[in-house]
Design a protein around this ligand. Structure first.
Ligand code: SAM
Ligand code: SF4
Length: 329
């Protein structure tokens, strides 16, 4: 398994398969001024599978697909089955806004998808629309149900907490875990890409401690859950008698860089070394110049050896080049 200079074992590849999305969450994508990677510049399914084979050969074990919105990629099923068939990859997951899952969930499971993270910021239909612009609560809940019916486990729900948009809704979201075995995780805003979404992410930031206090004031104590994999970015808790888990992902107030095990691949074929830095290495160029798995392995090892650690998010300093929808979270 490749180790970076900080002795972190890097075995988890997050692949953005497309930068387009059917939503425009206020902290992720602006309404205007967007430009997307043209189709021919996206890594093809075969190129993605070559990268995954190279990564598996180095010891990578987990892959997660993301976007933009991954379900908008027309050949997503081929991508999932191609990756699931790579020897050594035990785990293929996906992060999605769930809108298209009613049509796709069982086919995705058939193709080899194992886990799903579903992004829903509120259970209040109007507030959901305000924060996830064009989001439709009933359609997203139908997607969640489809994922569950298709057998995806565990179901993790991502809720990004945004002051004056959905911050009081953390209580109703956490309440879901009482009856369901779902993991509801509250995520602190990160200011990526330097534009209006980054500004909003700074001005509407809510620390996890505040969300936690709000939940405990209404629903009772949250008891910390022991164990967990060190690289799990979520600090996990349980409400008394609950079946599910409440988690807090706190990159700003409690950075977890020391336990990071991730490498990211952008839709346009760059190894992106850290969510919170702009450094990248081009792998598509090598593939399109006739390179194969060995070349990808060499570039990936170089990327791991250059992986930065630490960030200045608490001082408002972050990436300038890519926004969240161009990396995938
Ligand atoms: N469209 C899919 C979705 O929304 O889940 C996958 C891509 S999205 C970029 C991946 C995750 O990034 C989302 O689930 C959301 O929780 C998170 N996210 C997006 N913008 C964020 C921001 N500014 N700060 C923190 N998390 C963010
Ligand atoms: Fe789309 Fe996901 Fe970004 Fe929301 S967070 S705009 S659903 S890519």
């Amino acid at each position: 398994m490749p180790k970076d200079p900080f002795q972190r074992e890097i075995d988890y590849l997050r692949i953005s398969v497309i930068d387009r999305c059917n939503l425009r969450c206020v902290y992720c994508m602006p309404l205007r001024g967007l430009s997307f990677v043209p189709g021919p510049e996206l890594l093809t399914c075969a190129e993605i599978v070559t990268v995954v084979k190279a990564a598996a050969g180095l010891g990578f074990r987990k892959v997660r697909l993301t976007g933009g919105e991954p379900t908008l990629r027309a050949d997503l099923l081929d991508i999932v089955s191609g990756i699931a068939g790579v020897e050594g990859i035990g785990d293929v997951g996906m992060t999605t806004n769930a809108l298209l899952l009613p049509e796709m969930a069982s086919a995705l499971v058939g193709a080899g998808l194992k886990r799903i993270n579903i992004h829903i910021d509120s259970l209040h239909p109007e507030r959901l629309k305000r924060v996830m612009r064009f989001g439709h609560l009933d359609a997203m809940l139908a997607g969640l149900q489809a994922a569950e019916a298709a057998g995806l486990r565990p179901i993790k729900i991502n809720c990004v907490v945004v002051r004056d948009y959905n911050d009081p809704d953390v209580v109703e979201m956490a309440r879901l875990t009482i009856e369901r075995e779902w993991h509801v995780r509250f995520i602190e805003l990160m200011p990526l890409g330097g534009g209006t979404c980054a500004q909003l992410s700074l001005s509407q930031f809510v620390p996890s401690a505040e969300s936690r206090r709000r939940i405990e004031a209404s629903l009772g104590p949250l008891t910390p859950l022991p164990g967990g994999h060190p690289s799990d970015e979520s600090r996990n808790y349980r409400l008394d008698g609950a079946r599910g888990v409440v988690g807090f992902i706190s990159p700003v107030s409690e950075p977890y860089c020391g336990a990071c095990n991730r490498m990211r691949l952008t839709a346009d074929g760059k190894f992106h070394l850290c969510l919170l830095h702009d450094d990248e290495l081009d792998v598509k160029k090598a593939l399109r110049n006739g390179g194969g798995e060995d070349d990808v392995r060499r570039i990936l090892l170089e990327a791991v050896s250059m992986k930065p650690t630490g960030h200045d998010l608490d001082k408002g300093v972050s990436t300038e080049v890519r926004s969240m929808f161009q990396i995938g979270g």
